[in-house]
Design a binder for this molecule. Structure first.
Ligand code: BES
Ligand code: MN
Ligand code: ZN
Length: 516
């Protein structure tokens, strides 16, 4: 889909459709009123008759509104004005796009971006509109023999800003939105691909393609390279698989060499059977999503490279399958990690931490400013936080705060969990430096505590995305999370205001009023 920005009144637009909002109960927004005025009360009449109450997400498509130059006017319900916040804005945008896409307007001029949203500025509204629009038209049907065709799909959306002075920042917000949306959709595609196609080698090829497209440095380590580095923990996971493991390292240089990079490390288990500690068969297909951390790293790097952010960023992806076989690792095996620490593997299904710990040690060579790992790490995190928030752990409170805020602004939220020493006790082993599991209590915390033993040399955060990376059931599919959180975090850093809600959040009340 194509996007553009414009400033101008709705009654002067020559378009297939003009999209305006209606608050509950029956209150037209300013662009709606302008259309009402030129049509001699045509729209107001319809609203008074009760055809559009303004309920959040409701839509009403009008044809041939008198005196207007556009073919259609789409009224979109916004709910009550005083309740109109981030979530309501996104919901209204999604409802509008869905209707446009289903009713044959191939292009439209969109006035919802002029609405006041508490604490958010027009850049935020534009970026979010683009991301939400792309989200609502996303399909994954490339594995079907026939693609379901939308008859007259929405092709071009023009977003309106209320003042000409907002056009320049609006353009930038638009570019950011398109880059993030593209990153999200790449992450979704990789997650949704079946595990017989999306193998470790496939991920490595994707990384190479990205590198060519965006002029990144890429390196793919093979089994023998990893053996030479002493990655005994990572390699214990791949032993049962016929697919060769890979360690992918991608580098984006957007700033001076001297500036320390942020390093993202993504879990890339392309299928997790559990290994010898085999998982039960129910929903095992969903373990194709066990590479969503890796997918989010690729999606984020793609977005950052497209935005040309002035930062340095590295992505590291340890990737392999976790399979049972005669050569697979057994419960009780002891392995030596690249850090030199030994691990007793009591459960081969706790494999994510085993590949991540070596990748986290490998990250040291980039002299990172901060390292963030992203992993569908534990079922326990799903029990703790459900499908709403990702679990966030960090050895640095400032970094944690920056990530939490970035998630909030992007509506891709995380919730901080404890990393206290007290939990470390659960990882004691009689036969090695540590066990790879900590028992049933606080399973997400002890997994993070395991990783913490490998990240003492730098500022580090861990995102457990087991509950947020994909949906199960009828709407089964990858969400692309946490690409929005990560890209927003990196945009904030690029703008030199880490910790502040630069992107989108208006800090003062005066600013909030000005944005309305
Ligand atoms: N990939 C799973 C975690 C997972 C579970 C992700 C459910 C998404 C949904 C991970 O490798 C795993 O199997 N973890 C075990 C750890 C346990 C053996 C300590 C788990 O959570 O059961
Ligand atoms: Mn597992
Ligand atoms: Zn796993």
């Amino acid at each position: 889909m194509e996007f553009s920005i414009k400033s101008g009144s709705p009654e002067k637009q020559r378009s297939a459709c003009v999209v305006v909002g209606v608050f509950e109960p029956r209150k037209l927004t300013l662009p709606g009123e302008l259309l009402d005025r030129i049509s001699n009360g045509y729209i107001g009449d319809i609203i008074r008759r009760g055809d559009m109450e303004g309920k959040l997400g409701a839509t009403l498509l009008l044809h041939n509104v008198p005196q207007t130059l556009s073919d259609r006017v789409l009224l979109v319900g916004l709910g009550r004005e005083r309740d109109f916040k981030d979530k309501e804005y996104r919901q209204a945008v999604a409802a509008a796009i869905k209707t446009l896409n289903e009713t044959g307007s191939m292009e439209a001029v969109f006035y919802l971006t002029e609405l006041g949203v508490k604490k958010r500025d027009s850049e935020w509204k534009i970026t979010q509109a683009v991301i939400t629009a792309m989200e609502s038209i996303y399909r994954f049907d490339r594995m079907k023999s026939k693609q379901d065709e939308v008859r007259r799909p929405l092709r071009k959306l023009t977003l309106s800003v209320s003042r000409r002075s907002e056009l320049a920042l609006g353009e930038q917000a638009l570019r950011h939105g398109m880059a993030i949306a593209k990153g999200v959709s790449l992450a979704k595609d990789l997650g949704n691909l079946p595990p017989n196609i999306c193998t470790p080698s496939y991920l490595a090829e994707q990384a190479q393609t990205l590198a060519r497209e965006h002029n990144l440095q890429v390196e793919v380590l093979e089994l023998k390279d990893m053996e030479a580095l002493g990655m005994g923990s990572f390699l214990s996971v791949t032993r049962g698989s016929a697919q060769p493991p890979k360690l992918i390292a991608l580098e984006y240089r957007g700033a001076d060499q001297k500036q320390k990079p942020v390093v993202l490390v993504g879990k890339g288990i392309t299928f997790d059977t559990g290994g010898i500690s085999l998982k039960p068969p129910g929903e095992m297909d969903e373990m194709k999503y066990d590479m969503c951390g890796a997918a989010s790293v690729l999606g984020t790097i793609a977005a950052v490279a497209q935005m040309k952010l002035p930062i340095n960023l590295v992505g590291i992806i340890p990737t392999c399958e976790n399979m049972p076989s005669g050569t697979a690792t057994k419960p009780g095996d002891v392995v030596t990690s690249m850090s030199g620490q030994t691990v007793e593997i009591l459960n081969t299904d706790a494999e994510g931490r085993l590949i991540l710990c070596d990748a986290l040690t490998y990250a040291e060579r980039y002299d990172p400013d901060a390292v963030i790992d992203i992993a569908t790490l534990t079922g326990a995190c799903v029990i703790a936080l459900g499908h709403v928030a990702s679990g966030l752990y960090s050895n640095d409170d400032t970094l944690a705060r920056e990530l939490l805020l970035a998630g909030d602004v992007a509506h891709d939220r995380a919730w901080q969990m404890p990393l206290w020493e007290d939990y470390q006790e659960q990882l004691k082993s009689n036969f090695a430096d540590m066990a790879n599991i900590g028992g049933r209590p606080a399973g997400s915390v002890t997994a993070a505590c395991f990783l913490a033993r490998f990240t003492k040399k730098y500022r580090w955060a861990h995102l457990d995305i087991a509950g947020t990376a994909y949906r199960s059931g009828a709407k089964k599919g990858s969400t692309g999370r946490p690409v929005p959180l990560l890209t927003n975090f990196l945009i904030q850093r690029a703008e030199g205001k880490p910790g502040k809600a630069r992107k989108g959040a208006v800090e003062s009340e005066a600013g909030a009023a000005a944005a309305e």
